[in-house]
Design a protein around this ligand. Sequence first.
Ligand SMILES: [Fe+2]
Ligand SMILES: [Fe+2]
Length: 263
Amino acid sequence: MRILFIGDIVGSPGREIVRERLADIVAQQKVDLVIANCENAASGFGITPRLVEELLAAGVEVLSGGNHIWDRKEIFEYIAHEPRLLRPANFPDGNPGSGLYLGAAKNGVRYAVLNLQGRVFMTPIDCPFRTADRELERPSGVSVVIVDIHAEASSEKMAMGWYLDGRVTAVIGTHTHVPTADEQILPGGTAFISDVGMTGPHAGIIGMDRDGIIKKFLNGLPARFEVAEGDVQLNAVLIVADTSAANSQPRARSIERLRYRLD
Ligand SMILES: [Fe+2]
Ligand SMILES: [Fe+2]
C-alpha cells in the first residue's frame, strides 16, 4: 500500500499546488492514501471549514494538525464533527476534536492516523509518548498506522520514532517546515523522517514573507506575518507499507522524499 504524506500546507500558494498537482501525483505514484498536515492552510495560521472541504475535494483524505490548528475560532465547532480533521491527541482533555482517525483506504485496507505534538520549545501539553501508548490501544483490525509527530526538536521526533518502532507503519515529523534528509526504516520496520518539510512558498522564511520575519528578529516587537510568494513547492514522503500479512505488526518497506514545484 502506497501512502503519500504531504508536509504543512501554507496559505493559498500551498493550497494551489495541492489543487494543481495532487491528482497527477496520485496517478503517477499509484497512491492509495493521501494524508496532509493542514495547520497553516489559512493564510499561514490555522484552517477554516471551507478550506478543509477544499483540501478534501482536492484529494487529501486525512488532515492532521499541530499548534496552529486552533488559530481560527470557527474550527472549534467544526472539528468536533469532522473526524478527517485531526488535532494533536495530547492536548488536555475537554478540547474538541480527536487526534486519531480510523478509516478504510480506496483499496479496502483499514488504517489509522495519529496526530501528536511535541513539548520541547512548544506549549507544555500532555506527554506525547504516553498519549501514543494510550491512543494506539484503540485501533483494532488496522494494518497501517501513520503517526504525525508535530514538533520543534529533532531529538523529540527521533525519540518518538524509536519509541514507536515496530508498533506503527511510519512516524513522520512536521512543524519546522524544513525537510530533513534522514528518511529511514528503523530496525522494527517503522518508516521515519524527522521533518517532511513544507508545502507552500519557499522564497520566504518557513513560508512567511521575509521582511516581516527579519524585522521581528531585529526589533523583537509583535508583528503580523503575511504568506510569502515564489518558489512554491510541495514536499512530501511516499511510504510503501507492507500489508501482505493480515493482522501482523504494521511495517514499512520504504520511505522516499518527494518534491514538486508549481512552475
Ligand atoms: Fe506548520
Ligand atoms: Fe506547527
